[in-house]
Write a protein that binds this ligand. Structure first.
Ligand code: ADP
Ligand code: MG
Ligand code: MG
Length: 529
């Protein structure tokens, strides 16, 4: 029973000899089954000749079954919610736009929004939008409260580690079946290892977009970063598309697309020149543009990078995600969703979206997954906007409250990819240095309090693959991610969507952030308790 599971009893104790053996089984399985990463070499050679195993845990991490089921169930409501947000241009303009919203003070968001606005004014030709999502959660277990599920964030662009997380679940299942080390705990049994079919799930979303485009011979374009190390996670989706859906993929960077992408002025069809391919014309029609890039400002070092993004956006190809959907994934939107009446706007407007008898239930389930959030600019409008007034202590309610509660808060800007947040004791000095105008781009969020005492053995390859590896027993925090996809925009407000699998990443307890790519955490799998 989940409520009684003693997290501090995890993981089972192993001797050094046992641990070395389990590490060897794990790393060799990972290397044999494509649970891989490119080594840290700069610049990456165009044709790699070596790989290292992805960082991983030797045991799955305990997660209450009821909360795992809940996270999977509410994913479908989240898919629909974010699809509807992306279709609500007025809402996105107000919250994220450069006239009234975050785009006014955040240059990156402002640029994306202005480009999108211009394209809307010119007339966009592809009404369909595709999202591959990942909703992230931590277990929340403050003293004297029963354990619950709380959302960290909702990602709408370039969600990663779906494929490698399936491989990690397969690794742990293999360890269960093949080694005696998993006899060390009675919780380690097949019934408690949930299936993980994320590769099929995510490829299914991309294939749905491709089928909706419906042109024989068209391909899916993966827009990738030129120094990407997480290529195997992407390749598994490519192979799945080919083997299960007979869909071919092209991979190009923004820099390559600046020269290779052509949008037909009459039909708006997107073609990409592909010199490596023996296609008769050298020009390949694109059905779906799938971004595994494009979410950080440093990926747009010149205006030509924005021009390329907007060229793709303008085309008839289906974008995964559209700029609208990327903006919908902003942390500001997540905060606005906690305000009164906003969930109702998207989930219980019968006139707009039709009748759904489960509405009330769905809204309360989503709301129960929220932590408290507010904008740092809250209450600024009540002040004389002159900076001196704010400096002299007459601060808006948003900042005052953030100062007062700093030790239990995280501040977040509109950024993705890890490493951008400000935590606890760093907050007051950060608030002193933040120009008042920029408060609009930041939200404050209450910190989730994960269960105490859980540990795991974490194994990381040296960055070049040449160092020997020791599993490190560490107290940990595990972050669950649930994948989903949505295809929408075609006929009225209808949304086709599916839950598409899961991942769990585990980090050392003392690290605030938890990205695998940024080296803070390892890939893990779920042990239902
Ligand atoms: P990003 O889009 O950069 O991944 P996140 O909102 O996911 O930003 O924050 C990064 C990390 O910070 C998370 O993976 C989690 O480890 C930690 N974090 C974020 N919000 C909270 C929170 N409210 N409570 C505890 N930890 C958090
Ligand atoms: Mg995150
Ligand atoms: Mg994110």
């Amino acid at each position: 029973m989940s409520a009684e599971f003693d997290f501090s009893q995890w993981p089972p104790a192993l001797s050094k000899t046992q641990l070395d053996a389990l590490t060897l089984y794990s790393t060799t399985y990972a290397l044999s089954h494509g649970l891989l990463y490119l080594p840290l070499i700069k610049p990456q050679p165009p044709i790699p000749s070596a790989a290292i195993h992805a960082p991983l845990s030797l045991f799955p991490s305990p997660f209450p079954r009821k909360l795992f089921d809940l996270a999977r169930r509410i994913q479908r409501t989240y898919d629909t919610l974010y699809a509807r947000i992306a279709m609500d241009e007025d809402f996105l303009d107000e919250i994220m736009g450069a006239e009234t919203g975050v785009g006014k003070v955040d240059d990156f968001i402002g640029q994306l929004w202005k480009g999108w606005k211009q394209l809307r004014d010119d007339g966009l030709v592809q009404p369909l939008q595709l999202g591959l999502f990942r909703s992230d959660y931590l277990l929340h277990a403050p003293p004297n409260e029963s354990i619950s599920l709380k959302q960290v964030e909702f990602n709408t662009i370039s969600v990663s580690f779906g494929a490698l997380s399936q491989r990690t679940a397969e690794l742990h299942r293999y360890l269960l079946n093949s080694t005696q080390y998993y006899n060390a705990s009675s919780s380690l049994k097949a019934d408690n290892f949930p299936p993980n079919e994320t590769i099929a799930g995510l490829a299914g979303g991309l294939a749905a977009g491709h089928r909706a485009y419906n042109v024989e011979g068209a391909r899916i374009l993966f827009v990738v970063q030129h120094d990407e190390r997480n290529v195997f996670d992407q390749r598994w989706l490519e192979y799945e598309l080919l083997e299960k859906h007979t869909i071919r993929v092209i991979r190009q960077t923004f820099e390559e697309l600046a020269h290779s992408a052509i949008v037909d002025p009459k039909t708006s069809v997107l073609h990409v020149k592909c010199s490596t391919d023996l296609h008769p014309s050298g020009l390949i029609e694109i059905s779906t543009v799938y971004y595994r890039s494009g979410y950080m400002p440093n990926e747009y070092p010149t205006t030509s990078h924005y021009t390329t993004r907007f060229l793709l956006e303008r085309s008839r190809a289906i974008k995964c995600p559209s700029i609208a959907l990327q903006l919908a994934g902003g942390k500001k939107i997540q905060e606005v969703l906690t305000q009164p009446g906003i969930l109702e706007r998207f989930l219980s407007d019968e006139k707009k979206y039709g009748k759904d008898i489960f509405q009330e239930h769905k809204i309360s389930e989503l709301r129960a997954s929220f932590m408290g959030m507010w904008g740092l600019d809250t209450g600024n409008d009540l002040l004389n906007p002159d900076t001196e007034a704010i400096k002299s202590g007459k601060e808006g309610y948003g900042v005052l409250k953030a100062r007062e509660l700093a030790s239990s808060l995280v501040l977040k800007p509109q950024r993705e990819g890890g490493g951008n947040n400000v935590y606890k004791e760093d907050i007051p000095a950060f608030l002193d240095s933040l120009p008042p105008k920029e408060r609009q781009a930041w939200i404050a969020m209450e910190l989730i309090v994960p269960p105490e005492g859980a540990g795991n053995y974490l194994v990381r390859a040296g960055s070049t693959g040449s160092e020997s590896q020791n599993a490190l027993k560490t107290e940990v925090v595990s972050e669950l991610g649930i994948f989903g996809w949505a295809l929408f925009g075609g006929s009225g407000t209808a949304v086709e969507e599916k839950e598409a699998g899961w991942l769990i990443r585990t980090k050392g307890k003392d690290s605030n952030e938890g990205g695998v790519a940024t080296g803070f955490s390892v890939l893990d799998s779920v042990l239902l308790v």
